[in-house]
Design a protein around this ligand. Structure first.
Ligand SMILES: C[S@@+](CC[C@H](N)C(=O)[O-])C[C@H]1O[C@@H](n2cnc3c(N)ncnc32)[C@H](O)[C@@H]1O
Length: 383
């Protein structure tokens, strides 16, 4: 992760430099944070004061996955404040392939999901992206949506999209279990889940669950398919049991079949002569339209709200307020906040000032997030 180490300086110079790029500084118990605005996004830098040096690095919650942008931000920050840099890993790499950022989609792009493509297929956890790239090239009349939680895989795919001139892939850096909830009903032709992490010791982290499959059946068109491939006997048996309990669907099981493209994982298992199971789930019915009239705006909040380290647990969701940072030259503050479903939590920074909002993006439009949002608003209004 890009970062710089600088000679200790009086951080009050940040307040004097505030403008279009440096927005404000806020002071917390363990570190200071600085809000930075770029043409693409807003993010925080953390300033961690250590003996003999200050470490400046992108704040984990708001950093996003664009390393080149983060390097630019850190270099500009040091330059504008005339800081003495002791160490940096922020040199731009001029020959690095460019990222196709027009195909990198944010959560807001899924709020009002629209496309002219008649066919849409989605891959959960595309890893190296080999399968997704192959399919997208083969089926240029289909929009492919790739969802990954691993930022490095996202960047790798965006580079390949650019290099190969592909125009029909959308890439999202999110937990697929959450993102699926934002898609309209009956729009997908296929969902691919190839070699998901088995999570034998933490089954609640598995992609495949009853809730996920119900959402998958909702977003699949009638006759749409979910294709699960796994080398894990355990995951196969778990999924088989789950698929057998479902209504409105049928499924088939195949062993060691050939598909046109072999992913990195599959190649490894094949070499080891492992059995590979394919479970194909067929959606048999049209699903109801899902109306989620959800509004995540934050207004009329109380800047005197007492929220530090508050943990509220309800039946199906929670809200946890972490560190709080007081904004310099304003009475407002920034709060770290985790919230939502127990297995699909979201983590945001909440700016509570003249204008109040979530960073880096709005939450995913799901029912549990909305319940959590209403509770967050209540706490931030009443203290
Ligand atoms: C074992 S790898 C398989 C990658 C690829 N499908 C293949 O066959 O080579 C599983 C991938 O799923 C991603 N992943 C795990 N949980 C996820 C989730 N909830 N949402 C999206 N991606 C996820 C991981 O980051 C990882 O890249």
């Amino acid at each position: 992760m890009p970062h710089i180490k600088v000679k200790p300086f009086n951080t009050e110079i940040i307040d004097a430099a505030a403008g279009d790029f440096i927005r404000f500084r806020a002071i917390g118990e363990k570190k200071e944070i600085v809000l930075i605005k770029t043409p693409k996004s807003e993010l925080f830098l953390d300033i961690i004061k250590r003996d003999g040096e200050y470490l400046v690095k992108p704040n984990k919650i708001t950093k996003g996955s664009d390393t080149a942008l983060l390097k630019d931000v850190l270099n500009r920050f040091a330059k504008e404040l005339n800081l003495e840099v002791l160490h940096a890993n922020t040199a731009p790499k001029p020959n690095k392939p460019k990222i196709a950022d027009e195909f990198f989609k944010s959560i807001e792009d899924f709020y009002n999901f629209k496309t002219d493509f008649k066919k849409i297929k989605l891959e959960v956890g595309f890893g190296s992206g080999r399968h997704l790239l192959y399919r997208a090239k083969e089926e240029s009349d289909t929009l492919f949506i790739g969802i990954e939680i691993h930022s490095a895989s996202i960047n790798q795919l965006l580079k390949q999209i650019n290099l190969q001139g592909i125009k029909n892939i959308w890439v999202a850096n999110y937990d697929a279990r959450l993102l699926l909830e934002m898609l309209p009903s009956n729009i997908l032709d296929t969902i691919y889940v190839h070699f998901p992490v088995p999570w034998d010791k933490k089954p609640h982290r598995r992609v495949i669950s009853k809730a996920f499959i119900n959402e998958a059946l909702r977003v699949l068109k009638k006759r749409g398919k979910l294709e699960l491939r796994t080398d894990s006997q355990n995951y196969f048996e778990y999924s088989l049991e789950l698929f057998s309990s479902l209504k409105q669907s049928s499924f088939k099981v195949e062993k060691n079949i050939d598909i046109p493209i072999v992913s990195k994982y599959e190649a490894r298992w094949r070499k080891m002569d492992k059995d590979i199971y394919t479970l194909t789930l067929d959606s048999l019915e049209e699903s109801k339209v899902k109306e989620l009239n959800i509004d995540f705006t934050l207004e009329n909040l109380n800047i005197n709200a007492k929220i530090t380290r508050k943990n509220i647990v309800k039946d199906d969701f929670f809200v946890h307020f972490g560190a709080k940072y007081d904004i310099v030259n304003s009475r407002g503050f920034v709060a770290e906040c985790s919230f939502g479903g127990f297995n699909t939590p979201e983590k945001k920074m909440i700016v509570v000032d003249k204008k109040s909002y979530y960073l880096p993006t709005l939450p995913v439009k799901s029912l549990v997030n909305y319940k959590a949002h209403k509770l967050i608003k209540e706490v931030l209004k009443n203290g």
